[in-house]
Design a protein around this ligand. Structure first.
Ligand code: ZN
Length: 210
């Protein structure tokens, strides 16, 4: 699935959802005590599976923490994505995906970000476009928070309604002035939540009625 994540990021780049070094993705299999995350500062349109970072989940007195595990020679010279607090928090317990795979995708889709910039709470567009909620549950927006911060991670957990067992109520959350985070059981399924919301945001903004 690391190869599929590379394809997803290449597609996100082609759609202008990220510039070269933006965007990050993590993936965890339910029976493993580690997950993989995209590296920091690497051009995502040419990302390779052997560039991923392998992150171990370590039990300690305070719950879980993370550590970098050896993976490939190429990845040993790279750092994990700066958004690792966000991915660690969403991957450390697997909740409703505890017999499956969990993929977390963070990108900057143009119309989602534009809609939030225009003052739209993404969770409200479902009122006018009920088709959206058949497949995608949209959380209320996260406000202005600094990128690659624990605060961004915490606010995303709060709005996604992540609990201690790792259950997550929503499929996608928008971060104002920044991007979105989507979660599902495969890279393309997470991607589809973003695509669906992006399409609706484009329609809303084109209508001029918001
Ligand atoms: Zn970002």
């Amino acid at each position: 699935m690391l190869e599929t994540i590379c394809e997803v990021l290449e597609d996100a780049y082609k759609r202008n959802w990220i510039t070269s070094r933006d965007g990050n993705v993590s993936i965890r299999h339910h029976d493993r005590d580690h997950f993989y995350i995209t590296p920091s500062g690497v051009r995502k349109q040419t990302l390779q599976p052997d560039q991923f970072k392998k992150i171990g989940l370590v039990d300690n007195d305070f719950g879980k923490s993370w550590e970098i595990l050896p993976y490939t020679d190429i990845s040993s010279n790279l750092r994990p994505s700066g958004e690792i607090p966000l991915h660690f928090g969403l991957q450390k317990e697997m909740g409703q995906h505890s017999n499956d795979v969990r993929v977390v995708v963070h990108v900057h889709p143009t119309y989602c970000v534009a809609a939030m910039h225009a003052g739209i709470d993404l969770s409200t567009v479902v009122h006018s476009f009920p088709e959206l909620s058949r497949y995608t549950k949209v959380a209320p927006n996260v406000g202005d928070v600094p990128p690659i911060s624990q605060e961004l991670a915490n606010q995303c957990f709060d709005k996604l309604q992540l609990n201690h067992e790792g259950d997550i109520e929503f499929d996608i959350v928008g971060i104002k002035g920044h991007g979105v985070v989507a979660i599902d059981t495969s890279p393309w399924r997470a991607y589809e939540h973003i695509e669906r919301l992006e399409h609706i945001c484009k329609i809303v903004l084109a209508s001029g009625n918001y």
